[in-house]
Design a protein around this ligand. Structure first.
Ligand SMILES: NC(=O)c1ccc[n+]([C@@H]2O[C@H](COP(=O)([O-])OP(=O)(O)OC[C@H]3O[C@@H](n4cnc5c(N)ncnc54)[C@H](OP(=O)(O)O)[C@@H]3O)[C@@H](O)[C@H]2O)c1
Length: 327
């Protein structure tokens, strides 16, 4: 099968990492890069041996030699750009959050179906083998009593906010903020592990730009609660604990998960869970999965992956909407 001809939107670190992962997967060739700046577009083209560089997005989308577009622009641009990508009959790989209003999620999926194209949210961690393995491990816990999931990391871009600037990731205009940026990872994990909650109770701390700098969310299930902590103005070393009656499962991270252990509730003995060592570029798993979904959408495994991950993404975006409404 011929490699997928990839084009990219955005020239930050994450686009570099995705291009490297896509090439490493052996499933893509880099056809084109897009930047608003001619200089950056040319630099990117040279650095990643892209065939073409564009500064006009419509022109790039009209290029018939492109199969799939990876979108890594500021959050509020994801939806309108993904719509344009699909209307130009190309597949869309959209960075998280794929949309910033849950009603747009339905529109996007409908449009993709109509166009016969794939649209996927690049929620990197749910494609990582260690995350998939731990999901199975959690399902073996006889009675879950609750869980606590944290992803809080001080962003150097908060320094810019302190000096009066408004980078997109902290700007309401670009749907920035902690829930959309880091909260989404722990929401994904909670829904993948425990399903859709009965109710969502959110408490957010606003910063001076008007977005949430950090947040705490309680997801209520029938017989237990899951607490989520996320923040871009603070750092936490706590990550994940899932409480069973006899033992607690402890994970070192939600994304790039590489260490897990059981803590015995009575003896306090710690037993490691065997996991793969961390991959140098963990985006390779999603790059490969997306190529499978695009190239063989009706293969049973790919179809069920698509259905499962769409359901997951939809629930995650409903929770994000709930959080925004309580902001
Ligand atoms: N999956 C992951 O691990 C991961 C990690 C980091 C980020 N992300 C996601 O990737 C996306 C980009 O995040 P980022 O931190 O890289 O954002 P960013 O640096 O603020 O912007 C990304 C790119 O968008 C373009 N851009 C910047 N400001 C713009 C504006 N005002 N109008 C139009 N385009 C603009 C820039 O490209 P040009 O200047 O070349 O046009 C820039 O390289 C976000 O949605 C984020 O959630 C994902």
């Amino acid at each position: 099968m011929a490699a997928l001809r990839l084009a990219t939107i955005g020239t930050s670190m994450i686009t570099k990492q995705f291009i490297e992962a896509a090439i490493e997967s052996g499933r893509y060739t880099l056809e084109a890069v897009y930047s608003r700046s001619q200089v950056k577009a040319e630099e990117f083209k040279k650095a990643y041996r892209s065939k073409k560089a564009y500064t006009d997005l419509t022109q790039m989308l009209e290029d018939s030699e492109i199969d799939v577009v990876y979108i890594a622009s500021p959050n509020s641009l994801h939806y309108p750009q993904a719509v344009e990508v699909l209307k130009h009959e190309k597949h869309a790989i959209v960075e998280k959050p794929m949309v910033t209003r849950s009603k747009d999620w339905d529109q996007l999926i409908k449009l993709a179906e109509k166009q016969g194209k794939v649209v996927v949210e690049a929620a990197r961690h749910i494609y990582e083998p260690n995350f998939i393995h731990i999901t199975q491990v959690i399902r073996t816990i006889p009675e879950v009593l609750g869980a606590s999931l944290t992803y809080s990391k001080y962003s150097s871009r908060y320094d810019q906010v302190k000096s009066g600037e408004e980078p997109p990731i902290f700007s309401p205009r670009f749907a920035g903020g902690a829930a959309n940026d880091l909260g989404i990872y722990v929401i994904y994990a909670a829904v993948a592990w425990f399903g859709e909650p009965k109710s969502v109770h959110a408490f957010s701390q606003q910063i001076k730009t008007g977005v949430d700098g950090k947040g705490t969310v309680v997801l209520r299930y029938d017989s237990f609660d899951v607490t989520l902590h996320y923040g871009k103005i603070n750092t936490s070393m706590h990550s994940v604990e899932v409480y069973g009656e006899d033992r607690t499962l402890i994970l070192d991270a939600v994304t790039g998960l590489s260490k897990a252990s059981w803590l015995d509730a009575c003896s306090k003995q710690v037993t490691p869970v065997e996991l793969d060592s961390a991959a140098p570029n963990p985006l390779k798993w999603e790059a490969k999965a997306f190529a499978d979904l695009i190239e063989e959408p009706s293969a049973p495994d790919n179809h069920s992956l698509k259905v499962r991950n769409q359901e997951l993404s939809r629930t995650v975006h409903q929770i994000l909407e709930d959080i925004r409404q309580q902001h």
